[in-house]
Design a binder for this molecule. Structure first.
Ligand code: SF4
Length: 208
């Protein structure tokens, strides 16, 4: 049968048996190629480079590969975390994957939310948890660090909160050396609390 374009995606890494790093329980991290941002200290530069070998997966192939850990997923309330790159741009692929894996797996996305709303609308009924790397809430800091505006990210975050998803979202607020300070981070946390969020992951980016 012929595949639709959304049933295939370039996947540059699959990492099994992760515990407490990106989601509940035992997780398998699936790393998509491609991201709309250009972070100065990109954590996964191989997801941006056009030279990276980009194996193309369809949803069935990915499901066959990751289901080897199904017993771990079910025993620990774990599942698959989609990262990148920007996984939310692959919303149709993830929706198709959900149909294959069923309801029992916990599906998480690690995202900047700097994506068109339509992708979130697709993902809303099928994603259990969002890990949102908001960088910094200050638009100037965000622009200097990523090369993009953060309006879309913040509007999407507000929209998710309005859909009752705040308790299913962990917001990452990194200290970004040379770009933000502890005071900036405190300001971001305050703003996010006012928006209804309470799960934060504050840490420092390593620069090399
Ligand atoms: S959002 Fe992530 S993958 Fe994209 S440029 Fe920034 S660090 Fe790299």
């Amino acid at each position: 049968m012929e595949s639709h374009p959304w049933q295939t995606a370039p996947i540059v890494g699959i990492s099994r048996h992760r515990l407490a790093t990106d989601g509940e329980g035992v997780t398998t991290l699936v790393v998509f190629h491609g991201c709309p941002l250009q972070c100065k200290y990109c954590l996964n530069p191989h997801t941006l480079s056009p030279e990276t070998v980009q194996p193309i997966y369809d949803t069935e192939l990915l499901y066959e590969e990751v289901k080897i850990d199904e017993l771990y997923f079910l025993a620990t309330c774990g599942g698959v975390t989609f990262g990148g790159g920007e996984p939310c741009l692959r919303s149709e692929f993830i929706r198709e994957f959900r149909q294959l894996c069923g309801e029992a797996w916990n599906l998480t996305v690690e995202t900047s939310l700097n994506i068109p709303r339509q992708h979130l609308e697709t993902l809303l009924p099928i994603i259990n948890h969002y890990i949102v790397d908001i960088k910094d809430m200050n638009p100037d800091i965000y622009r200097k660090y990523t090369g993009r505006n953060n309006d879309q990210s913040i509007n999407n975050l507000k929209w998710l909160a309005k859909q009752g998803m705040a308790k299913h979202i962990t917001v990452r607020i990194p200290h970004i050396p040379h770009f933000n300070t502890q005071e900036d981070i405190d300001r971001s946390v305050e703003q996010l609390k006012e928006m209804g969020f309470s799960r934060f992951n504050i840490f420092t980016y390593r620069t090399y």
